[in-house]
Design a protein around this ligand. Structure first.
Ligand SMILES: Nc1ncnc2c1ncn2[C@@H]1O[C@H](COP(=O)(O)OP(=O)(O)OP(=O)(O)O)[C@@H](O)[C@H]1O
Ligand SMILES: [Mg+2]
Length: 239
């Protein structure tokens, strides 16, 4: 169970989360939705420890993790795929995967690479290629593979469909759902693409101005154009 209680965080110049309360149950698939600048990326960065907490509490399975360094949170089962992928373009695909293992202090890195390649066979054919020679979608799968190196229990993904061709968006969705169903990995995915979000996440958490404005089954949000208009600026306003 991941529990955020009155979480405030952000940047030196400006706080961006203003009291987030959120509970994520093990084995669930959640999506975080909201307009540009609502605080979605800040939320993920705060959970994994790339941004310090200003106040509040983050608990993972009953233990506070909000003072732990990112690699210590990783050891407790959190893994993160950042917005824009942030792979190492000048390194090979293999080296990118290895970086995910060494960065987390993993000992059996080659075994972990083999396990990731079994899960994501597309990467096996690209192992010697430079990261920046891959298409956007392939880079996203590489970033996912890098995150899987530590065998996470909870996977946080920030806009994995951004700038990616539709066929690979579908493939990434299939992979994420499979990881959840077959391996029991809890999924927390930030998205702007509502159709894609609905295929991956059962539960939607809607962010507005640095807080969670409401949570509901994703299907309810998809069916409600007035809510979409209000919180994402899409669809039409209801009278
Ligand atoms: N590095 C930064 N320094 C200062 N302020 C930032 C920084 N990154 C984001 N912000 C601000 O924090 C707020 C939340 O940004 P955040 O990136 O979390 O939004 P988001 O919901 O992920 O948006 P998007 O959909 O565009 O990715 C915004 O007001 C943004 O301008
Ligand atoms: Mg973002």
């Amino acid at each position: 169970m991941l529990v955020l209680n009155e979480v405030r965080s952000g940047y030196a110049s400006a706080p961006a989360l203003h009291g987030v309360n959120l509970t994520i149950t093990p084995g669930s698939r959640s999506v975080v939705l909201g307009r540009n600048g609502a605080g979605k990326s800040t939320l993920l960065k705060t959970i994994v420890g790339h941004l310090p907490l200003m106040s509040g509490r983050i608990e993972l399975n009953g233990h506070a993790v909000d003072r732990l360094a990112p690699h210590e949170r990783c050891r407790r089962g959190l893994a993160y795929v950042p917005q824009g992928r942030q792979i190492f373009g000048s390194l090979t695909v293999r080296a990118n995967l290895e970086a995910g293992g060494y960065g987390a202090g993993l000992r059996r890195v080659q075994q972990a690479v083999d396990d990731v390649l079994d899960e994501l066979p597309l990467l096996r054919t690209k192992l010697r290629d430079r990261g920046d020679s891959l298409s956007g979608g392939q880079q996203q799968i590489l970033a996912l593979g890098r995150a899987l190196m530590t065998q996470p229990k909870t996977l946080l993904l920030d806009e994995p469909s951004e700038g990616i061709q539709p066929s690979l968006v579908t493939e990434i969705g299939d992979i994420v759902v499979r990881l959840n169903q077959d391996r029991g990995i809890t999924v927390i995915m930030v998205e702007q693409n509502l159709d894609f979000a609905a295929t991956v996440g059962d539960k939607a958490h809607i962010m507005e101005k640095g807080t969670i404005a409401c949570s509901m089954p994703t299907s309810d949000f998809v069916a409600d154009l007035a809510l979409q208009h209000r919180f994402m600026g899409v669809g039409v306003a209801a009278d």
